[in-house]
Design a protein around this ligand. Structure first.
Ligand code: LLP
Length: 433
């Protein structure tokens, strides 16, 4: 049994009762199913069988070393967007020749780290970045492998904050600048142009935006080749959506068929950068109800998890299914409740007016589909330690990131010398005169 399902009246991760994890690790805690991750990876990779394709897991979705290693062990590379993510991928053992480095604002230090590591390619997003990389590579006597990330001006029809492929977005090289950049590349001896890249957004549920972007990329690859460039790789980015709330996203098989059909004649290797698809539904945020508060006709389930642990509902109004770990009786009545955290903001809310079966304080809840963009976006706001992470595989589980101690929250902070002296304390009370 893989992933999250009720068994014998309790929600399990694979064969492990979530209540057991709550007892041993405490709450809130992220719990991931390694087998669910393996299943989604195989489903994705199998869809591209028969063509030369490299799956580079977008580790921004979940950067835990154990998660990266789980995918690397299956043959995945990594898509990284910062020096920190590059360091993580290398620490997890990803082959540098399977690492692509994306991002609009790579600093000189980050570009140098990529050159040091000998990564597969830099996905370059602007003319100034191209010049900076060229200068750096030349100074080091190297040639940097580059895929140009194109902004195809395609609307991905997703949440505004995660749409990246329209021309007013900050990402990629505008179509109007392509001729200039194509000519420029030829004058830069530190650059080896090997491919083109595109990424139009995240949580995309329809096929058409992908088709429009790939079609454009293929046209451009032909144009670059006609211009004398040796385009060997087409990086199609990530963005494949998942089911949070019955969205019915386009199945990976149809996505892959479209990509294979459109790129067949080019003889390029495909690079894919899935993040969410591989991990979202392979994780939950396990939390305990601290209080059930009835207030003027509303019922609040106040949980020990908060917006600092999982910010997606507060930031994007994202929907996450929420289920009690103890399976509700069949036909149990459902009543609308607000599920909120303890942080001092009204936006600290996981669900509003959510129909829930009766839940008492002390009950465990699983906030579903939290494997992607959950732990990685956690903060310590309100001086709350980020939650531990647990990886389950069949009957086993391991804490892959422990809960930080409260003192760890400020262990690296320093007082300047003018604050050396301890603050004054009020004088001891004297007896009444
Ligand atoms: N490649 C590039 C260049 C990206 O910018 C992204 C995501 C991906 C791949 C992976 O996309 P995915 O397959 O996961 O959709 N925090 C937001 C999502 C931000 C996505 C940013 N870029 C959320 O919680 O929905």
């Amino acid at each position: 049994m893989t992933g999250f399902a009720y068994r014998n009246g309790r929600l399990h991760a694979d064969a492990v009762d979530l209540a057991t994890i709550a007892e041993q690790v405490g709450t809130p805690a992220y719990v991931y199913s390694a087998t669910a991750m393996q299943d989604s990876y195989r489903g994705f990779a199998d869809a591209f069988a028969g063509v030369d394709a490299l799956v580079c897991y977008a580790l921004k979705a979940n950067g835990n070393l154990a998660v990266i290693r789980t995918f690397a062990a299956l043959g995945a590379g990594a898509d990284v967007v910062s020096g920190g993510e590059l360091a993580r991928a290398l620490a997890a053992g990803v082959d540098p020749q399977r690492i692509v480095f994306a991002g609009v604002g790579k600093t000189t230090a980050e570009l140098a780290a990529g050159l040091d590591a000998g990564i597969l390619q830099f996905n370059v997003e602007s003319e100034p970045e191209l010049r900076a990389l060229d200068a750096l590579a030349q100074a080091r006597g190297q040639r940097a492998p580059v895929a140009l990330r194109i902004n195809p001006d395609v609307d991905a029809n997703t949440h505004d904050k995660i749409a990246t492929g329209r021309k007013h977005n900050k990402f990629g090289i505008a179509l109007t600048q392509i001729p200039t950049v194509s000519a420029l590349v030829r004058t830069l001896p530190g650059i080896a142009l090997t491919g083109l890249a595109v990424h139009i957004g995240s949580q995309i549920t329809e096929l058409e935006p992908f088709r429009a972007a790939v079609t454009r990329l293929v046209e451009l690859a032909r144009a670059f080749r006609a211009d004398g460039h040796d385009i060997r790789e087409l990086d199609l980015g990530g963005g494949l959506g998942v089911d949070y709330q019955g969205e019915h996203p386009v199945p990976v098989g149809r996505y892959a068929e479209m990509a294979k059909a459109l790129t067949r004649d080019l003889g390029c290797r495909l690079v894919l950068e899935p993040g969410r698809y591989l991990v979202a539904n392979a994780g939950v945020l396990l939390t305990r109800v601290v209080y059930v508060k009835d207030s003027d006709g509303r019922t609040f389930l106040i949980t020990d998890a908060a917006m600092n642990d999982l910010i997606r509902p507060a930031l994007y109004d994202a929907y996450h299914a929420i289920d009690p770990v103890a399976e509700p009786a069949p036909g149990a009545p459902r009543a609308p409740v607000d599920i909120v955290g303890p942080v001092c903001e009204t936006g600290d809310m996981f669900a509003s007016d959510r129909p829930m079966p009766p839940v008492e304080s002390g009950a465990l809840l699983a906030i579903r589909s939290a494997g992607a963009y959950g732990a990685v976006m956690a903060s310590t706001y309100n001086a709350r330690p980020t939650p531990p992470e647990v990886l389950v595989r069949d009957r086993d589980f391991a804490v892959v990131k422990p809960r930080a101690a409260l003192a760890d929250l400020y262990a690296d902070e320093r007082l300047p010398n003018w604050l050396d002296a301890a603050p004054p304390r009020p004088a001891a009370k004297r007896g009444r005169a």
